[in-house]
Design a protein around this ligand. Structure first.
Ligand code: XMP
Ligand code: MG
Length: 196
């Protein structure tokens, strides 16, 4: 929360417990990841596949930090689970627009929690015959991993707590916070299907 900013009960920032990763650290990390990706792909065209909706902010900032030629496509998946837990049972809500056969595909994710959604997504995309398939995620929760996933680019490893902001939501809110934080306990309640 910026110093001197007015926070009242109509401001979503009043629901925050703490800021985990400030805006500037996020932006520095994205630039660092982009430099690494540029070096690794050495000018080859990359197809960035963003996972809706959480990866929208990472995608927007990462894409602008890259110098490599890129195109963008999007997928929306939903994993069934209770409350904030993923089950690994995945449903495609929106598939890619184009064929990825022979393309260098880089999946762009906001967060890897259990890894179940990503594991499913990787085998799904792998079966479509890309030239290469890698993953870039801004956040990862190592203590929540239920399955090993090979992720080449990781922004931050974070503790196993529910986070919001910079694309991440609770009940579709807080995605527009420019930092990553946690919510005060009084905000929580309800359960159901979670959509990236
Ligand atoms: P896993 O890796 O468990 O994660 O299959 C599936 C999806 O769950 C969401 N997720 C979160 N969303 N804050 C969020 O806003 C979190 O802390 C969080 N942890 C998991 C996210 O959509 C992820 O892709
Ligand atoms: Mg979500």
């Amino acid at each position: 929360i910026a110093k001197g900013s007015a926070v009242d009960e109509t401001d979503m920032r009043a629901d925050l417990e703490k800021v985990l990763i400030p805006e500037e650290e996020l932006q520095d990390k994205i630039r660092e990841l982009a430099a690494q990706i540029d070096a690794d792909y050495a000018g080859r065209e990359i197809l960035l596949v963003g996972v809706l909706k959480g990866a929208v902010m990472v995608m927007a900032d990462l894409a602008r930090a890259l110098h490599a030629p890129i195109s963008m496509d999007w997928m929306a998946v939903s994993s069934y689970g209770s409350g904030t837990q993923s089950s690994g049972v995945v449903r495609i809500l929106k598939d890619l627009d184009a064929d990825i056969m022979g393309r260098h595909v880089l999946i762009v994710e906001d967060i890897i929690d259990s890894g179940l959604t990503l594991h499913w997504l990787m085998s799904n995309l792998e079966s479509r015959g890309p030239a290469s398939l890698e993953v870039c995620t801004l956040l990862r929760k190592p203590d929540a991993a239920k399955i090993e996933v090979d992720v080449k680019y990781v922004g931050f490893d974070i503790p196993n707590e529910f986070v919001i902001g910079y694309g991440l939501d609770y009940d579709e809110r807080y995605r527009n916070l420019p930092f990553v934080g946690t919510l005060a306990p009084h905000v929580y309640g309800g359960s159901g299907e979670q959509e990236g």
